[in-house]
Design a protein around this ligand. Structure first.
Ligand code: HEC
Ligand code: HEC
Length: 244
């Protein structure tokens, strides 16, 4: 009996340390069950008082560093829908342009489902922000090699981003979003918002706990690596999610 208990606790420990990256399978990556055509119409033309999403999130939905908007394509359905619901119920406040709360409220629950379905299925070959161009424009950019070690290995104070967000930040659905090839400006702004608590819609405060330990340099370095990293995993033991 005692040996059995020890075995059980060892198994629980292993399961705990491996979750969620290895416990998730591609089958759990929901692509959404909404109406893709309605989602596309809302994205391209808006609806009622809600402006077309592509006017801020880019024609192809790959975000805009000048506006501070995120890339939306290639993101998991469950995560996108959660963000729209959080904006609609003021659990998350848009303090960048002060528009997303009104936009989410202006859509019906079914519209939010439809547009999240469309975006999670829309293919897009966007490969991240142009760090050289941002630096030329006076934006403080980080060092990709330092960022890579934070994302993949972590530091004594900081859990590796990979432990939740997967290799190179490619996402571990349904909870952990894709942060790979996300816009640099958006990654930086969200990490700072989690750090100062103005974004507080993360389950169990997981991201706030991480971001509070990050210096400005850590944030710039992690964002620089994540925006430019590749979704390839030499030697990874499980199938990569379809990202684009
Ligand atoms: C006027 C500009 C504007 C328009 C129009 C707009 N957005 Fe946004 N959106 C933003 C900004 C700015 C943010 C970032 C908010 C923040 O910093 O917290 C954002 C964030 C989001 C996010 C969060 C993504 C993430 O990774 O967490 C989603 C989802 C989203 N928008 C969907 C939409 C949809 C769907 C539409 C169309 C119905 C739309 N947006 C229209 C400006 C806009
Ligand atoms: C303990 C798990 C955990 C770790 C470790 C972690 N994150 Fe997160 N992160 C989350 C969760 C959960 C969310 C989703 C919050 C929500 O539902 O809005 C998130 C969201 C984010 C977002 C916002 C994405 C978006 O589209 O809005 C960014 C950026 C981010 N994390 C960056 C990082 C970076 C960089 C690291 C490493 C320094 C990291 N995370 C480590 C759990 C984690």
């Amino acid at each position: 009996m005692r040996r059995y208990l020890i075995l059980m606790s060892a198994m629980a420990f292993v399961a705990g340390t491996l979750a969620p990256t290895t416990a998730m399978s591609a089958a759990q990556y929901s692509k959404g069950d909404g109406n893709v055509n309605n989602g596309k119409t809302i994205f391209e033309q808006g609806k009622g008082d809600v402006p077309a999403c592509n006017s801020c999130h880019g024609m192809d939905g790959d975000g805009d560093d000048n506006l501070g908007t995120p890339r939306l394509t290639g993101q998991g359905f469950t995560f996108l829908l959660k963000q729209l619901e959080d904006f609609a119920t003021d659990k998350r406040m848009d303090e960048t342009m002060f528009v997303m709360n009104a936009n989410a409220k202006g859509m019906s629950p079914q519209d939010r489902r439809d547009v999240a379905t469309y975006l999670s299925q829309k293919r897009n070959s966007f490969a991240g922000s142009d760090l050289k161009e941002l630096t030329t424009n006076g934006v403080a950019t980080g060092k990709t090699n330092f960022g890579k070690s934070l994302v993949e290995i972590g530091s004594p104070e900081l859990s590796a981003c990979k432990s939740c967000h997967g290799h190179a930040g490619r996402g571990a659905p349904p909870i952990y979003p894709v942060i790979l090839n996300q816009r640099y400006t958006y990654l930086v702004s969200q990490l700072k918002k989690f750090r100062d608590g103005s974004r507080a819609n993360d389950p169990m405060g997981q991201m706030r706990a991480i971001a509070r330990k990050m210096t400005d340099d850590d944030i710039h370095n992690a964002a620089a690596y994540l925006t430019t990293a590749k979704n390839s995993t030499p030697g990874n033991i499980h199938t990569p999610y379809t990202f684009h």
